[in-house]
Structures are given as C-alpha cells and as structure tokens.
Design a protein around this ligand. Structure first.
Ligand code: PLP
Length: 290
C-alpha cells in the first residue's frame, strides 16, 4: 500500500507511513474540514511552489484555519520529503485540517490544525494518451458554489470521476447552467476559430496552477487565447480540447460524449501549448525557474 512512500510528515514528526495515525475525531475525518495541495516536483524541485503555497494560504485564510507553518517551515518539510534517492519525478501532498475536537458543526475555539504531508512517485502521463488523446464525458455540475477552494471535501468530485470511468472516459467535464466549469480534477481548454478558450476564474472553478501557467505561457508566447464562458455546445463543436492539472499536465481530449473532437486527434494548438509547457518544466528541472 505504501510501496513508494518512505516516510511522511505528521504534526512536526517524520514517521513511517504505517505509524502516521490521526484521531478519529479529526475534523478532516468527520467533516472533510480541511484543505490540501498536490505539487509536482521535477528533478527534486517543487514546480510553481510559491503559487501552490499562496493558494494553500488563501484557502486556510478563507476557511479560518490558522496557518500551521510559515514558508520556511513548509520548505524544510518539502526538502526532507523530496530527499529521495533516484531520478524519478515525485509529487508532494500537503494537507491541513482544522484539527481534533468533539464533533460539532461549529468551528472549535482552540484546536491545533493537523498537518500531513508526504511525497510519492509521479506517474508519467502514458505516451498513448498523449498521442491519441483521451475521451471525456460531460456531466451536470453537482458541486457547491465555492469550487475555487481546494478543500478535502471531495465526495462529489470522486463520484463524478467514477461515473466518467464507468463510462470508459478519463474525466468528467462539468456543466452548470449550460456552461462548462471545469473537470472533476482538471481545468478545461477548447479551441474555437483558431483561438484557445478557457472559462474565466470565478467561484465555479479551481484556479488551477497548471491552468494559470498555461494562460501565462500563451500570453508570453503570443498564442491567441481568451478567458471567456464556454457553453457545452461550444465545447462539443470545438476543433481541439485539452485538460490540465498538476499530475496530468496538459492532456489532449479527442472524444467528448462519444463524438470526436475536430479530426479526432490532438491538434496543432495543443502541440504548441504542450511544447511550451514541457519547455518550462525542463527549465524548472534545471533550476532556471520555479
Ligand atoms: C477540481 C479541480 N480543478 C482543477 C484542478 C487542477 O489544478 P492544478 O493545476 O492546480 O493541479 C484540480 C486538481 O486537482 C482539481 O481538483
């Protein structure tokens, strides 16, 4: 079960995974009352570290969970967890819950947040998925109105993703009032009339670190793009589509609800954006950027 996880960080201690236990009264367990981050690390270097930490701190502030560690302490934890022999890419998982308290919906007056972190191998995206693209389905958005927050309450997300998997699809693209919000664990991009479109940031979707980097790279390298609402109909008639996340990076979508996207193959704008992303990633690996 913990094949690749050598040790984890829990509340100030590094321990073997099997030794890391939390109270059954932890509000993370009882209510899903916590926030988290998943951060890829290439060549031992966390990718977009400051952006991830900023999102973590914003989520803590919104949820009224005290910041358990400052940046320097998080950096020490990250460095220790990434100090693993071998060249494999890893990811870091950071989670903070509101802590242990007698069960009550109200926030407890004084509790220490529970801090948990580990690293594990980052599985490379399978080559066939990159060459052929993946299938997705659209499903009604059933989540709450604050999907901009990265909370551990993920039951709707995991349910949606399971429905996609049961339908033979890699991801569920969610539609609220006729408009695409995001995937169950990804952000969405589509190409229409030679322009890349992605829904604008709002409470309806997570400000994905990968999404934001892709937008930044398109801006910097002159790829025509717009952050604007994307209807399900527009998505279904798009020439190209891709999804982004810290673990899937930039992944082409070539079937939506059983119909091919464009020619049914990853298109030229996907390739351009994918290359920009990979180049940026290599710079991170070489320590030239974060
Ligand atoms: C709902 C949701 N949207 C988007 C993303 C992509 O975010 P990021 O690029 O920061 O990994 C995730 C990542 O897990 C997610 O859970």
């Amino acid at each position: 079960m913990f094949q690749h996880v050598q040790r984890v960080y829990l509340n100030g201690e590094f321990t073997a995974p099997a030794e890391a236990t939390v109270s059954a009264f932890d509000r993370g367990f009882i209510f899903g009352d916590g926030i988290y981050e998943v951060i890829p690390a290439y060549g031992g270097r966390p990718f977009r570290w400051h952006e991830h930490l900023q999102r973590l701190n914003r989520n803590l502030a919104v949820m009224g969970i005290p910041r358990p560690l400052d940046t320097a302490c998080w950096e020490e934890v990250a460095a220790a967890l990434l100090d693993v022999p071998g060249p494999a890419d890893l990811y870091l998982y950071l989670q903070v819950t509101r802590g242990v308290a007698p069960r009550d919906h109200l926030f407890p007056a004084r509790t220490e947040p529970t801090v948990f972190a580990y690293s594990n191998l980052l599985s490379p995206v399978p080559a066939d998925q990159l060459e052929q693209g993946v299938a997705v389905i659209t499903l009604p958005e059933i989540r709450w109105q604050r999907c901009d927050l990265k909370t551990t309450s993920l039951i709707a997300n995991v349910w949606l993703r399971q429905q996609a998997d049961d339908a033979g699809a890699a991801e569920a693209i969610l539609v609220r009032d006729g408009e695409v919000t995001e995937g169950s664990a990804t952000n969405v991009f589509a190409v229409m009339d030679g322009e890349v479109i992605t829904p604008p940031l709002s409470n309806a979707l997570l400000p994905g670190i990968t999404r934001n980097l892709v937008v930044e790279l398109m801006q910097r390298f002159g790829v025509s793009h717009r952050e604007q609402a994307l209807s399900r109909e527009q998505l279904l008639s798009a020439r190209e589509c891709w999804i982004t996340s810290s673990t899937k990076e930039v992944l082409p979508v070539t079937r939506i609800d059983g119909e091919p996207v464009g020619e049914g193959r990853p298109g030229p704008l996907f390739r351009r954006v994918y290359d920009l992303f990979q180049r940026y990633k290599q710079e991170c690996r070489a320590g030239k950027t974060a």
